[in-house]
Ligand binder design. Structure first.
Ligand SMILES: *[C@@H]1O[C@H](CO)[C@@H](O)[C@H](O)[C@H]1NC(C)=O
Ligand SMILES: *[C@@H]1O[C@H](CO)[C@@H](O)[C@H](O)[C@H]1NC(C)=O
Ligand SMILES: *[C@@H]1O[C@H](CO)[C@@H](O)[C@H](O)[C@H]1NC(C)=O
Length: 420
């Protein structure tokens, strides 16, 4: 079946400084002074709304974009899930203390919040996302692979399960290849086999792997008709062009031409509460737009969109992108977590832990439709005036937005739709 999908996984690897044999298999319970109970009496009253995460997560999303873009080789596609990365790091911060915690928090944009508020907002977010909708599949989840014999703090385990709906399971990291295979099998099953080889070369000293995955499959509310898909040139840069399958559709779209900011914006809705915002900088203006773009522009464009007749040409493509986020996160201020002075006392107060690696992998595939039948059902009354033309035949940016939670599920830049 053809469909539009985007999927990603984020993994955070935590290493132990040393494993002393006597630390394994012991069941000494530590009293945690911060323990509070989440019994069945737990209610939603007074809890944080996921909308409180919207601004900080969006700021973090653009900070990531600027950093990843500065590192990307010319012509490379950029694609990642801001929501996935914020989630994985927020889950990590539940186990962090001291400067390790404050650095994570300020980089994530949570300066005005505390950990309980962030946890509650994520609980609400997963609750909202859990309402799956017809014609759309969105699966966001978390898991934690814990070294067999290692007992993380009870409070950490509770928080991961309760607020992040995280499954905790044991893995024998002393057999790294088998442990990696086990984690990869989990990620593959959660992403419908879109992401298969996420972790490789695990260190035998691994204590824990934090995992986040996002799987999204949508259907255009206004599918393209494949009869109108033709070969066309896509201009990767002034000197490079590639041939793409260019889909075409003339219809009524939410559209905005921002002349001052050298950009044309169109919103392509999916069935169910999400859409793809496509941002096409004017010829030669990508660099300039990338420099100024922020969540304020997304808001401004969203509010400025007007229903117009548009003659839309969009390539059909599948891309995949992976990124090691270690240097990016360090440059954004998360430094202690990676060092020997890391404080993950919320995970273990007897074994020194530090983050050894944070990696992200994502795939995106866009084509005409979701169901062939749907194509015939959309009838639009077109005014007699000439439609605006939007031709995505040069690099453009995309944002997959979930309206009900005000989240950026995915974002990126398509520099070359034919690059794999
Ligand atoms: C977090 O902030 C809220 C609101 O200011 C406050 O009610 C709560 O006690 C704080 N929690 C912690 C653990 O500091
Ligand atoms: C989101 O879904 C709700 C009901 O499920 C609907 O009332 C609302 O208009 C939708 N919002 C968007 C932007 O599609
Ligand atoms: C250009 O972007 C800025 C910042 O979002 C906004 O205030 C301004 O209105 C935009 N210009 C137009 C013509 O929309």
């Amino acid at each position: 079946m053809r469909s539009i999908f985007a999927s990603c996984a984020v993994v955070v690897l935590l290493l132990a400084a040393a494993w002393a044999d006597h630390h394994e298999h012991h069941d000494h319970q530590h009293h945690d002074p911060h323990v509070h109970h989440h019994g069945p009496e737990h209610s939603h009253e007074g809890e944080m709304s996921c909308h409180e995460l919207s601004n900080p997560n969006a700021d973090f999303a653009f900070a990531l974009y600027k950093n990843l873009n500065a590192k990307a080789e010319a012509g490379k596609n950029i694609f990642y899930s801001p929501l996935g990365i914020s989630t994985a790091l927020s889950m990590l911060s539940t186990g962090a203390g001291g400067d390790t915690h404050s650095q994570l928090f300020s980089s994530l944009g949570y300066g005005a919040l505390n950990q309980s508020q962030v946890n509650e907002a994520f609980e609400h977010l997963f609750h909202m996302l859990g309402h799956s909708q017809e014609n759309q599949k969105l699966n966001v989840g978390n898991a934690v692979a814990v070294r067999t014999g290692f007992n993380p703090q009870q409070q950490f385990q509770k928080d991961v399960k309760h607020y992040y709906s995280g499954d905790i399971f044991n893995v024998d990291f002393t057999k790294p290849a088998e442990a990696a295979a086990e984690i990869n099998t989990l990620i593959a099953s959660k992403t419908q086999d879109k992401i298969k080889d996420m972790v490789k070369d695990l260190d035998a000293a691994t204590a824990m792997v934090l995992i986040n995955y996002v799987y999204f499959r949508g259907q255009w509310e206004k599918p393209f008709d494949s009869k109108h898909t033709k070969k066309a040139d896509f201009h990767v840069d002034e000197n490079t062009k590639v041939e793409v399958d260019m889909m075409s559709r003339t219809g009524r779209y939410d559209f905005y031409q921002d002349v001052d900011n050298h950009t044309t914006v169109i919103l392509l809705p999916y069935k169910g509460n999400s859409s793809m915002m496509v941002v096409l900088p004017d010829k030669g203006k990508m660099k300039e737009v990338e420099e100024f773009i922020s969540k304020e522009h997304i808001h401004h464009w969203h509010d400025s969109l007007r229903r117009n007749s548009v003659d839309l040409h969009m390539p059909k493509f599948s891309i995949s992108a992976d990124a090691s986020l270690d240097s990016t996160l360090k440059e954004l201020g998360v430094t202690d977590a990676f060092g020997d002075n890391a404080d993950f006392s919320g995970i273990s107060d007897e074994i020194k832990l530090k983050v050894s690696k944070v990696s992200h992998q994502a795939v995106l595939s866009v084509d005409e439709t979701g169901t062939e039948a749907a194509a015939a059902t959309t009838v639009e009354i077109m005014p007699m005036s000439m439609p605006d033309i939007m031709e995505l035949n040069r690099p453009f940016m995309i944002f997959i937005l979930k309206h009900s939670t005000r989240s950026i599920l995915f974002m990126g830049k398509i520099n070359n739709p034919t690059a794999v």
